[in-house]
Design a binder for this molecule. Structure first.
Ligand code: 2P0
Length: 327
């Protein structure tokens, strides 16, 4: 038997961040989050069920992966095997399409694409909302990559896995875009998973973060409803900074910033002060992401080129949700 499923998923950048779990096994978050799916970065994955295999095998960008990486895939695929009541092992082949300078290899697109491909391979026909609860259990941020545009990951209730899922809030077809300023493509020193646990466990600011994130989510959804770009940007920038401030309060303190991150933030402020609205956000790494109007992207890019090289600057339009690949 050789059933094959193929799927493409795009990465996403959170405007309201997810930083901390209330349940580490089920990847249930402390707060709901909201993101923009990006067109420029995506993962294509195929899952081939093969009853001659005695274990799962995993190739990333054509290279066979070691036991540690394959075990993550194996555990994730077990969710689908349990649902399908079929223990067949799989060959998983994934290709990350990320400009090399970006350093944005993303678990968000990876597990969303894997979820979509596994859904097809086992012919489960799970709907997107359900699929987002599966993707979540590979990596929290991949919950949101199931959908395109502006996406909310609803934190859900208690320990009820099925209640913590993504929904599309808006198709974001109102002149939105993002520029990535790639500061450093090295792998981050502290994984998000460890960093967020350390923050939850030790930062005295953590309860304030959760309260603020909840307020910010309400406000940003109103800004989205009103298609108010300035408000969207202000809330995005403020929320990202509050997440990083909360991390700084951890013991030991966590900072993903580098000197050039500050240089990028200051440059964006300068552009904004000169009349073009654009706003920064940062994740668990030194790269700076600039939320802007797509129609003003080339003007902003020209200004950023005064301080950064061309290959450090990557523009993205709004991306779509997962899609089955048929060749
Ligand atoms: C986010 N980040 O909302 C936040 C903001 C980074 C900073 O989700 O442990 O790889 O696999 O659930 O999803 C990165 O963390 O962590 C992340 P796990 P994940 O996009």
């Amino acid at each position: 038997m050789k059933n094959i499923g193929r799927c493409r998923a795009h990465t996403n950048i959170a405007l309201i961040k997810y930083w901390g779990k209330r349940n580490n096994e089920l990847f249930l978050p402390m707060n709901s989050s909201l993101s923009l799916t990006l067109d420029a970065f995506y993962t294509d994955t195929s899952v081939t069920l093969d009853d001659t295999l005695t274990e799962d095998v995993f190739y990333l960008n054509g290279i066979k992966q070691d036991k540690t990486e394959t075990t993550k895939i194996n555990r994730f695929l077990n969710l689908f095997r349990e649902t399908a009541k079929d223990n067949t092992f799989a060959k998983v082949e994934s290709y990350n399409h990320v400009p090399t300078a970006a350093g944005l290899a993303s678990s968000a697109s990876a597990f969303a694409a894997l979820a979509g491909a596994a859904n097809s391979a086992w012919k489960l026909n799970l709907d997107k909302q359900t699929l987002s609860t599966y993707a979540r259990q590979g990596s929290g941020s991949s919950t949101r990559s199931i959908y395109g545009g502006l996406v909310e990951w609803n934190m859900g209730e208690g320990n009820l896995s099925e209640t913590s899922h993504a929904i599309e809030v808006d198709d974001a077809s109102w002149d939105l875009g993002m520029i990535i300023i790639a500061i450093n493509k090295q792998q981050k020193k502290l994984s998000s998973r460890v960093g967020m646990k350390q923050t939850v466990d030790t930062s005295p600011f953590y309860p304030v973060w959760v309260t603020e994130a909840k307020k910010d989510l309400i406000d940003i959804k109103q800004a989205i409803n009103e298609k108010d770009f300035i408000r969207l940007g202000e809330i995005t920038e403020s929320n990202g900074m509050k997440m990083h401030a909360t991390m700084l309060g951890a013991t030991p303190p966590i900072s993903y910033w580098e000197p050039d991150s500050v240089k990028a933030i200051n440059k964006v402020k300068e552009i904004r002060n000169n009349g073009i609205p654009c706003y920064v956000t940062m994740d668990a790494g030194p790269n700076v992401k600039v939320l802007c109007r797509q129609s003003q992207m080339s003007d902003i890019l020209n200004k950023l080129e005064e301080s950064f090289t061309n290959d450090q600057l990557i523009c993205s339009k709004v991306g779509e949700g997962i899609r089955e690949l048929t060749d």
